[in-house]
Design a protein around this ligand. Structure first.
Ligand code: 5RP
Length: 219
Protein backbone atom coordinates (compact mmCIF):
# COMPACT_ATOMS: atom_id res chain seq x y z
CA UNK A 1 0.00 0.00 0.00
CA UNK A 2 1.26 3.52 -0.81
CA UNK A 3 2.52 5.54 2.16
CA UNK A 4 0.78 8.83 2.98
CA UNK A 5 3.71 10.74 1.50
CA UNK A 6 3.61 8.79 -1.76
CA UNK A 7 -0.15 9.27 -1.98
CA UNK A 8 0.24 13.04 -1.44
CA UNK A 9 2.95 13.21 -4.11
CA UNK A 10 0.72 11.33 -6.54
CA UNK A 11 -2.27 13.59 -5.84
CA UNK A 12 -0.17 16.71 -6.42
CA UNK A 13 1.30 15.29 -9.64
CA UNK A 14 -2.11 14.30 -10.95
CA UNK A 15 -3.56 17.75 -10.19
CA UNK A 16 -0.70 19.40 -12.09
CA UNK A 17 -1.28 17.15 -15.11
CA UNK A 18 -4.78 18.66 -15.40
CA UNK A 19 -3.18 22.06 -16.14
CA UNK A 20 -1.77 20.94 -19.52
CA UNK A 21 -3.56 21.39 -22.83
CA UNK A 22 -2.82 20.02 -26.28
CA UNK A 23 -0.41 22.19 -28.24
CA UNK A 24 1.59 23.22 -25.17
CA UNK A 25 5.33 22.98 -24.67
CA UNK A 26 5.76 21.55 -21.16
CA UNK A 27 8.80 21.35 -18.89
CA UNK A 28 9.11 18.05 -17.02
CA UNK A 29 10.81 18.18 -13.62
CA UNK A 30 12.95 15.61 -11.86
CA UNK A 31 12.26 13.38 -8.87
CA UNK A 32 9.53 11.11 -7.58
CA UNK A 33 6.73 13.72 -7.44
CA UNK A 34 7.56 14.88 -10.96
CA UNK A 35 7.39 11.27 -12.09
CA UNK A 36 3.79 11.05 -10.82
CA UNK A 37 3.10 14.20 -12.87
CA UNK A 38 4.74 12.76 -16.00
CA UNK A 39 2.79 9.51 -15.67
CA UNK A 40 -0.51 11.33 -15.15
CA UNK A 41 0.28 13.60 -18.09
CA UNK A 42 0.96 10.61 -20.33
CA UNK A 43 -2.39 9.11 -19.35
CA UNK A 44 -4.16 12.21 -20.70
CA UNK A 45 -2.91 11.50 -24.23
CA UNK A 46 -2.45 15.18 -25.15
CA UNK A 47 -0.46 16.46 -28.12
CA UNK A 48 2.54 18.06 -26.36
CA UNK A 49 6.18 18.98 -26.89
CA UNK A 50 8.24 18.46 -23.75
CA UNK A 51 11.56 19.56 -22.30
CA UNK A 52 13.16 17.27 -19.70
CA UNK A 53 15.20 18.63 -16.77
CA UNK A 54 17.33 15.50 -16.42
CA UNK A 55 18.41 12.44 -18.32
CA UNK A 56 16.35 10.25 -15.95
CA UNK A 57 13.20 12.24 -16.69
CA UNK A 58 13.95 12.22 -20.41
CA UNK A 59 14.23 8.44 -20.34
CA UNK A 60 10.94 8.03 -18.43
CA UNK A 61 9.16 10.49 -20.72
CA UNK A 62 10.42 8.83 -23.91
CA UNK A 63 9.28 5.45 -22.59
CA UNK A 64 5.82 6.94 -22.05
CA UNK A 65 5.78 8.21 -25.65
CA UNK A 66 6.42 11.94 -25.13
CA UNK A 67 7.97 14.08 -27.85
CA UNK A 68 11.12 15.45 -26.15
CA UNK A 69 12.60 18.60 -27.68
CA UNK A 70 16.18 19.70 -27.10
CA UNK A 71 16.67 22.64 -24.76
CA UNK A 72 20.28 23.16 -25.80
CA UNK A 73 21.81 25.58 -28.23
CA UNK A 74 20.52 28.83 -29.73
CA UNK A 75 17.57 27.15 -31.46
CA UNK A 76 16.06 25.72 -28.27
CA UNK A 77 12.49 26.83 -27.40
CA UNK A 78 12.48 30.35 -25.92
CA UNK A 79 9.37 29.90 -23.82
CA UNK A 80 7.48 26.99 -22.29
CA UNK A 81 3.78 27.21 -21.58
CA UNK A 82 4.01 25.20 -18.39
CA UNK A 83 6.69 23.56 -16.26
CA UNK A 84 6.04 21.28 -13.29
CA UNK A 85 8.62 20.13 -10.78
CA UNK A 86 9.02 18.90 -7.22
CA UNK A 87 10.88 20.57 -4.36
CA UNK A 88 12.80 19.70 -1.20
CA UNK A 89 11.52 22.61 0.90
CA UNK A 90 8.67 25.09 0.45
CA UNK A 91 8.75 27.92 2.99
CA UNK A 92 5.83 30.04 4.16
CA UNK A 93 7.55 33.13 2.72
CA UNK A 94 7.49 31.56 -0.76
CA UNK A 95 11.15 30.54 -1.06
CA UNK A 96 11.74 27.06 -2.40
CA UNK A 97 14.74 24.75 -2.31
CA UNK A 98 15.37 22.32 -5.14
CA UNK A 99 18.22 20.09 -6.19
CA UNK A 100 18.00 17.14 -3.83
CA UNK A 101 18.38 15.09 -6.98
CA UNK A 102 21.20 17.29 -8.25
CA UNK A 103 19.24 18.67 -11.22
CA UNK A 104 18.61 22.21 -9.94
CA UNK A 105 20.61 24.02 -12.63
CA UNK A 106 18.57 22.60 -15.50
CA UNK A 107 15.43 22.80 -13.35
CA UNK A 108 15.95 26.51 -12.75
CA UNK A 109 16.56 27.21 -16.44
CA UNK A 110 13.36 25.37 -17.36
CA UNK A 111 11.38 27.09 -14.58
CA UNK A 112 12.66 30.51 -15.67
CA UNK A 113 11.59 29.86 -19.26
CA UNK A 114 8.07 28.81 -18.29
CA UNK A 115 5.07 31.11 -18.41
CA UNK A 116 3.70 29.08 -15.51
CA UNK A 117 6.02 27.19 -13.17
CA UNK A 118 4.09 24.90 -10.85
CA UNK A 119 5.69 23.12 -7.88
CA UNK A 120 4.26 19.81 -6.71
CA UNK A 121 5.01 18.51 -3.22
CA UNK A 122 3.77 16.30 -0.41
CA UNK A 123 2.85 18.19 2.75
CA UNK A 124 6.04 17.17 4.58
CA UNK A 125 7.98 19.57 2.29
CA UNK A 126 6.34 22.64 3.88
CA UNK A 127 8.69 24.40 6.30
CA UNK A 128 8.57 27.50 8.46
CA UNK A 129 12.02 28.64 7.36
CA UNK A 130 14.44 27.50 4.67
CA UNK A 131 17.39 25.60 6.18
CA UNK A 132 20.54 23.84 4.96
CA UNK A 133 21.38 21.88 2.93
CA UNK A 134 21.11 24.14 -0.11
CA UNK A 135 22.20 22.25 -3.27
CA UNK A 136 25.03 23.73 -5.30
CA UNK A 137 26.48 22.95 -8.72
CA UNK A 138 30.12 24.02 -8.92
CA UNK A 139 32.68 24.19 -11.71
CA UNK A 140 35.42 21.59 -11.45
CA UNK A 141 37.97 24.18 -12.56
CA UNK A 142 39.22 25.94 -9.43
CA UNK A 143 37.09 23.70 -7.20
CA UNK A 144 39.40 23.87 -4.17
CA UNK A 145 39.42 27.66 -4.26
CA UNK A 146 35.65 27.79 -4.72
CA UNK A 147 35.09 25.53 -1.70
CA UNK A 148 37.45 27.66 0.38
CA UNK A 149 35.61 30.82 -0.73
CA UNK A 150 32.24 29.31 0.16
CA UNK A 151 33.46 28.05 3.55
CA UNK A 152 30.36 26.12 4.61
CA UNK A 153 30.00 23.77 1.66
CA UNK A 154 30.40 20.02 1.39
CA UNK A 155 30.95 18.00 -1.76
CA UNK A 156 28.39 15.31 -2.54
CA UNK A 157 29.40 11.77 -3.32
CA UNK A 158 27.69 11.99 -6.70
CA UNK A 159 28.66 11.74 -10.36
CA UNK A 160 29.15 14.94 -12.37
CA UNK A 161 26.03 16.61 -13.74
CA UNK A 162 25.22 16.24 -17.47
CA UNK A 163 26.80 19.69 -17.86
CA UNK A 164 30.06 18.59 -16.21
CA UNK A 165 29.35 20.30 -12.89
CA UNK A 166 30.29 19.10 -9.42
CA UNK A 167 27.48 18.67 -6.89
CA UNK A 168 27.82 20.06 -3.39
CA UNK A 169 25.65 21.51 -0.63
CA UNK A 170 25.76 24.75 1.31
CA UNK A 171 25.63 23.59 4.95
CA UNK A 172 25.96 26.91 6.79
CA UNK A 173 23.29 29.18 8.22
CA UNK A 174 20.75 30.23 5.64
CA UNK A 175 19.51 33.35 7.39
CA UNK A 176 17.68 35.51 4.86
CA UNK A 177 17.31 33.37 1.69
CA UNK A 178 17.38 36.40 -0.65
CA UNK A 179 20.75 37.48 0.80
CA UNK A 180 22.24 33.99 0.62
CA UNK A 181 20.95 33.55 -2.95
CA UNK A 182 22.73 36.76 -3.98
CA UNK A 183 25.94 35.73 -2.21
CA UNK A 184 25.99 32.25 -3.75
CA UNK A 185 25.20 33.61 -7.23
CA UNK A 186 28.05 36.11 -6.89
CA UNK A 187 30.63 33.49 -5.88
CA UNK A 188 32.99 32.63 -8.76
CA UNK A 189 32.83 28.89 -9.47
CA UNK A 190 29.17 28.51 -8.41
CA UNK A 191 27.25 27.48 -11.51
CA UNK A 192 23.87 27.51 -9.78
CA UNK A 193 22.30 27.14 -6.35
CA UNK A 194 19.03 25.49 -5.36
CA UNK A 195 17.25 28.54 -3.90
CA UNK A 196 14.25 29.47 -6.05
CA UNK A 197 12.59 32.80 -5.31
CA UNK A 198 8.83 33.25 -5.19
CA UNK A 199 8.99 35.27 -8.44
CA UNK A 200 9.77 32.06 -10.34
CA UNK A 201 6.83 30.12 -8.92
CA UNK A 202 3.26 30.60 -10.12
CA UNK A 203 1.74 28.17 -7.65
CA UNK A 204 2.48 25.27 -5.34
CA UNK A 205 0.23 22.21 -5.32
CA UNK A 206 0.47 20.45 -1.97
CA UNK A 207 -0.79 16.90 -1.70
CA UNK A 208 -2.86 16.40 1.45
CA UNK A 209 -4.58 13.41 2.96
CA UNK A 210 -7.92 14.53 1.54
CA UNK A 211 -6.94 16.32 -1.68
CA UNK A 212 -4.69 19.05 -3.03
CA UNK A 213 -4.07 22.47 -1.49
CA UNK A 214 -3.12 25.31 -3.89
CA UNK A 215 -0.74 27.97 -2.61
CA UNK A 216 -0.47 31.09 -4.75
CA UNK A 217 2.61 33.22 -5.41
CA UNK A 218 4.28 34.02 -2.10
CA UNK A 219 2.87 31.03 -0.18
C1 5RP B 1 15.71 17.25 -8.09
C2 5RP B 1 14.71 18.02 -7.32
C3 5RP B 1 13.48 17.29 -6.89
O1 5RP B 1 12.38 17.89 -7.50
C4 5RP B 1 13.37 17.37 -5.38
O2 5RP B 1 14.52 16.77 -4.82
C5 5RP B 1 12.11 16.66 -4.88
O3 5RP B 1 12.18 15.28 -5.16
P1 5RP B 1 11.00 14.29 -4.79
O4 5RP B 1 9.79 14.70 -5.57
O5 5RP B 1 11.52 12.93 -5.18
O6 5RP B 1 10.75 14.39 -3.30
O7 5RP B 1 14.84 19.18 -7.03
O8 5RP B 1 16.86 18.02 -8.33
Amino acid sequence: MATDVEREKRLAGEAAAELAESGMTVGLGTGSTSTYFVEALAARGLDLRCVATSLATEQTARTLGFDIVRFEGPDSPLRLDLAVDGADQVAVNGWIVKGGGGAHTREKLVAAAADRFVVVVSSDKLVERIAAPIPLELLSFGLGATLARLGSAELRDAPPTPDGGVLADWVGDVGEPAKLALELAATPGVVEHGLFSQELVAEVLVGREDGVERLGRGG
